[in-house]
Design a protein around this ligand. Sequence first.
Ligand SMILES: *Cc1c(COP(=O)(O)O)cnc(C)c1O
Length: 412
Amino acid sequence: MLNNNLCKELNTNQERFLRLKHSIDDYEAVKHKIKTGIEDDERIKYQKRKILEKLNATEEQWSDYKWQLQNRFSSVEDISDIINLSAEDKESIAKVGELYRYAVSPYYLSLVDPDNPSCPIRRQAIPSISELDPRGELDPMDESGSTPEELITRRYPDRLIIKVTNMCGMYCRFCQRRRLIGECDTHSSKDKLVKAINYVRENKEIRDVLVTGGDAFMLSDLTIEWILSELRSIKHVEIIRFGTRAPVTLPQRITPELVSILKKYHPVYVNVHFNSPMEITEESKRACEMLADAGIPLGNQMVLLNGVNNNKYVVRKLNQSLLKIRVKPYYIFHPKTVKGTSHFWVKLEEGLEIMESLRGHTSGLAIPTYIVNGPGGLGKTPILPNYLMWIGKEKAVLRNWEGKRFEIENKG
Ligand SMILES: *Cc1c(COP(=O)(O)O)cnc(C)c1O
């Protein structure tokens, strides 16, 4: 009798394991087609050689972030030497360029697939005629309404943002701060920075300061160190965070010098911004690993973007690949209705489907929080698929990641 039951149990267990094994067949079938930059290294290296040749530059210059910045591509003619553009593309880029600035680091341009007009890297970096769509708002987040002091955005009780520069390694086509970024590269003046830091000093409930921009790592090492030492001199500041896309668009910026400055002021956190598996290259990997080796916890803030990553398999591959380079997926942001970015907008259902496809199917570590930003500065609002089907006085009904319903006692 006992033996029989044991056999039955073993059989059902085996069935269960077999079912689990096959429940990721769909992902197993596509994951090799969604390439990371590391997996597509040869194509990227080929493009890099093309760029070095055009600019008559050396490997050493390539590794210098200042050279990368000075040699950003910002004309149709130069870009069309590296990637294939139709006459129509060229006309569009020129036209959009009159309204919105574009500038792509040689490194980031090397990731663009030269022959694919819908390449997700190209979509993020090269202007599209859709940017002229008049829909959307200039400042949907009403940042100007959450500013107690110039450079500061404060929307929460115990933390705030200081915007230290409007400069970036690359001007993302979906940028939410288009109205501030790009007209001309300016770092915030020392005078304004002092005032912003004084605001933190005078408000004792601020325990978490986010240094962002633009891209916080566009500042010089000297200025970064000065900001860090000022913030660290404030007793109530517990953690300091940087928001940067440099490891993704300009990984050469992560130098041993920068890292040795950052690690003197721990706890320092860095949030990076990968949107596509193709952005995970040997060079961006190296940048992230240098930061991680310095004891800096790394989080990723992805923006959900039509034509870039609004696909459950792409996001799974991205998040799993990020964990391999020690970056924890932190947030997925629903795109904001910023004017000039309507071609990136997606429906909420797409984000929810992605979240549904992650939980249970892959490591919990690979699952970020999906965030919608409330209009007019209402702040980050999490949304997720509904797992709580019903809640009563003493019982509740839930469903698991596979859709199986179960009941639990609700007592306490
Ligand atoms: C996003 C944001 C923060 C940080 O939010 P966390 O959820 O703590 O990461 C802080 N202040 C402002 C104004 C923000 O937009």
